[in-house]
Write a protein that binds this ligand. Sequence first.
Ligand code: C2E
Ligand code: CA
Ligand code: CA
Ligand code: CA
Length: 278
Amino acid sequence: AKNEGRDNCQFYSASLTRQAEKRLNLENDLRNALCNQEFHLLYQPQFDIASERICSVEALVRWLHPQQGLILPLDFIPGAEETGLIIPLGEWILRTACTEAVQWMQAGLTLQVAVNLSPVQFNNPNLLRTVFDILAQTGFPPDKLILEITESALMDHTNNTVTTLNTLRKHNIQITLDDFGTGYSSMSYLKRLPINNIKVDQSFVHGLLDDKDSLAIVRAIISLSRNLGFNLTAEGVETLEQAQALKHFGCKALQGYYFGKPVRMEEMFALTEKQWSI
Ligand code: C2E
Ligand code: CA
Ligand code: CA
Ligand code: CA
């Protein structure tokens, strides 16, 4: 029994070491990737139903690793959050999105740009200073910036969520609550928050036409958010039928492969000229 205990102990400490090593590797890898400019942003169009145009885009980060090739955000954002590297990475993402958007504007294309904020970034005490510095340095208009946060960012009470949101709103920055329906927000809590948009999670949109529960959930979210004065965006829209149903229920904007996959900013010009009939 003694031996067993010691073996377990060794096994345990060896696996801890491996974990620590893995973490260190990831931290180094992410640090190098930032230095070596291995990240880039793609943009996905968001279709505005009233004007029948692409009025905004969502910035989505990609990592082109020299050995491993393309790495998707779900495979490195969690690690970046754990190691704290999400702070410099998130700053790079916001700065790059604003810089590129100013370039489009100078080329004659003005779009709102939505940027995802990790809960770690949202609850970082330097968030507001970072955002306002980047806006001032790039010259991107604050009223064209949309920040997407998830419910988990709001559930962390280490900073004053309402004060942070109010300050952003005072500067006309828009706030979208992302992945709505997957978290725990009560509607009465949301009502007190200065949020502009709610984005219904794509899992409900995918099931919309074949699953009664998804349909009921989407309809409930749409009517509740209308009553509370939020705009509703649906994401993960892949077919014309889904787009038509969501328009019929009163959605304000649609995003998904039906309108376009995430692309490099150069390709956005062609997408915005396309005529859509939903
Ligand atoms: P998200 O914010 O919910 O972004 C939407 C994800 O759904 C994107 O995946 C997008 O490519 C994908 N998508 C869009 N339309 C469709 C569709 O019609 N069908 C399907 N099946 N998928 C669709 P992506 O780019 O892999 O990003 C995954 C997640 O990683 C994002 O989810 C977001 O949480 C996070 N992420 C991406 N970029 C950033 C970033 O710059 N910063 C932070 N903090 N997180 C990011
Ligand atoms: Ca998002
Ligand atoms: Ca989402
Ligand atoms: Ca998501």
